[in-house]
Design a protein around this ligand. Sequence first.
Ligand code: KIV
Length: 271
Amino acid sequence: MSVHSSDTPLSIHDLRSYKQRGERFAMLTAYDYLTAQVLDEAGVPVLLVGDSLGMVVLGYDSTVPVTVDEMLHHTRAVRRGARRAVVVGDMPFMSYQRCVEDGMANAGRFLKEGGATAVKLEGAGPVVELTARLTAAGIPVMGHLGLTPQRVHQVGGYKVQGRATDDADRTVDDAVSLAQAGAFAIVLEAVPADLGRRVTAAVDVPTVGIGAGPHTDGQVLVVSDLLGLTGGRLPRFVKPYADLRGVITDAAKAFTAEVASGDYPGPEHSY
Ligand code: KIV
């Protein structure tokens, strides 16, 4: 993980330098002020206000229902908590798919109202043209290829992508097109490790993998997965680095028990 020590805010150009120097870097999702503050102070260089917010924070069963206003609310909170990290706002489903004008207007809101440094868009095709327009307008774009969860109903589930040779070749071509259009980085989700390697070699902008193997320039995880807060079955690529679900459960049980027994509050907690 790349940890920066200076107080200078990072920019998208630092990420390109990481790639040029062969330095791998971390990206984590963040959805609120306090978590953003902790992650920023820990030296995480990129915070993604992912539309995974819909599932992780709001309890939706996919990212499809997430709105621009919900994303902006949380992007502002993360921006207030992050002093140095690059903050990327994830553009939600149907905020950029209808037409380039919609995409331009909504992306502008992420920078103007949300305080984001950049936006993230899923897919290629028409998104390539939008990426070029946004970049020309001064709005940095992070691409997202492989598994694109906003298309879950089209794809028929959360499945590994790019296993067939033609799918893999198309993903490499799409990454090259996005990079040529000006994307400053590309997320690669749920693809075979060899495709992660191929895409990373094909583009001079950094790739950030999630379930894309060890060869990408950066790695991203959803923060609640990283912290062991997410319940249920986790995807194979998730490595929990803590057991916050256990910690919170124990703390809540201890508090409940001490309130019931009268042990809390003690004299030291009373005025
Ligand atoms: O919304 C999100 O959290 C994401 C990451 C999984 C990359 O897009």
